[in-house]
Write a protein that binds this ligand. Sequence first.
Ligand code: 13P
Length: 287
Amino acid sequence: MLVSAKEMLEKAVAGHYAVGQFNINNLEWTKAILTAAEETKSPVILGVSEGAGKYMTGFKTVQDMVAAMVDEMGITVPVATHLDHGSYDGCKKCIEAGFTSIMFDGSKYPIEENVAKTKELIEICREKGMSLEAEVGAIGGEEDGVVGQGECADPNECKMIADLGVDMLAAGIGNIHGKYPENWAGLSFETLDAIQKLTGDMPLVLHGGTGIPDDMIKKAIDLGVAKINVNTECQLVFADATRKYIEAGKDLEGKGFDPRKLLKPGYEAIIDKVKEKMELFGSVGKA
Ligand code: 13P
């Protein structure tokens, strides 16, 4: 069932669990994540970065593929198609393509311009029944080519953006995309607590889910995080399983070179990883 992320996240806040956003790159990725969600009866958000959208030949291809897969696979759990870190133009394209949710990453704009563009996009999303995620402060890591300590958002700025009527809010609390450096200081729970106190029931989004220790994930959910983004971790298990298949020479046995066989170990590794995350986030059985 293709839906916006609004209701699933409101339920997550009320039920003290988080819904996973898992980024997709191709058909196998999408099928794996949908399979994991259906088998665990979890709501799920499929994240699509602008780069991944381009790779898959455009947002329309992505949207139509997901809609067809949800139909043909008989998926009953709520599924959202969500633009990840969208530019203003990217948001407009996804709205046109029929996505059910977008993230407008206006963090590169001065705050007044971020507010104006966010407001305009909120209007459109309301009209179309879509959900909108906004970001306050930049979330570091590979996002801007610099790997370092993640930034912490200003709680008052978070409150201001939340009050515009966004459906979910991503705020930097020391998290970063990609692998965490050895000397990472961990999540700033003081910042998260301050943001939650000011924003109330607003579903908070934790980006950079890869590599955050399980106990920190649980604490973040206790403090109001209702959506957690995971991307790199699925890529790592996919690459690892594919490498093992090839290193074992299986592509050279019989028809082992058939892409349906060659990509299977990686596909299965994504299913296992996504299920593991859904269990950790507490979304299992919540669909
Ligand atoms: P990771 O790649 O670190 O899991 O981050 C994913 C993310 O936040 C996508 O927006």
